[in-house]
Design a protein. Structure first.
Length: 174
């Protein structure tokens, strides 16, 4: 009888250990529902720009080799060369402006991690005083820039309403 109780106790402990190893997926939003409809990033970007005051943003379209692809490569090196399910990147036409918005749906978790690195590199570059960065602009990026991810979706926003925009982004997946 003691052996049976010991075996049962050991089995329960093993199951408890295995369930603890599951953990939560990385990212700062809820786990994505892989059977859910894809989120329309163009519609979300439009909604964000309508509900929050952005100044002089232009879409950087990678298909536009004259301007869009160059803007992407200059500001988000490596992004235009990735195969992405969706990309909505809006950049200021002048260096110091009222914000920046970039949304991407990667095709894999590995690509989403690369996009997140590219977005964080953008934040780091704009948050550092140096050539091409005005002191007011650096302060805005330090105060108002956020990178958020949810499954294969990644957001970069630099705006005074960044907290609210990140909440709206995360709400798309709940």
């Amino acid at each position: 009888m003691k052996k049976l109780i010991s075996l049962c106790t050991a089995a329960v402990l093993c199951l408890a250990l295995l369930s603890a190893c599951g953990g939560k997926p990385e990212g700062n939003g809820p786990a994505p529902d892989h059977d859910a409809e894809p989120v329309d990033l163009a519609a979300f970007a439009q909604s964000v720009q309508e509900n929050h005051q952005f100044a002089s943003l232009e879409k950087a379209d990678p298909a536009d080799e004259e301007l869009g692809a160059i803007m992407l490569e200059n500001n988000y090196p490596g992004l235009k060369d990735m195969e992405l399910a969706q990309a909505e990147v809006y950049l200021p036409m002048i260096s110091f402006s009222g914000g920046e918005l970039a949304l991407v749906q990667a095709k894999s978790a590995e690509d989403a991690a690369k996009v997140k690195e590219i977005f964080q590199a953008r934040v780091d570059a704009k948050s550092t005083e140096g050539p091409g960065n005005y002191p007011e602009e650096v302060q805005m990026w330090l105060r108002s820039a956020q990178v958020a991810d949810n499954g294969n979706y990644v957001l970069l926003v630099c705006h005074d309403d960044a907290d609210a925009i990140v909440e709206e982004f995360n709400a798309l997946f709940s």
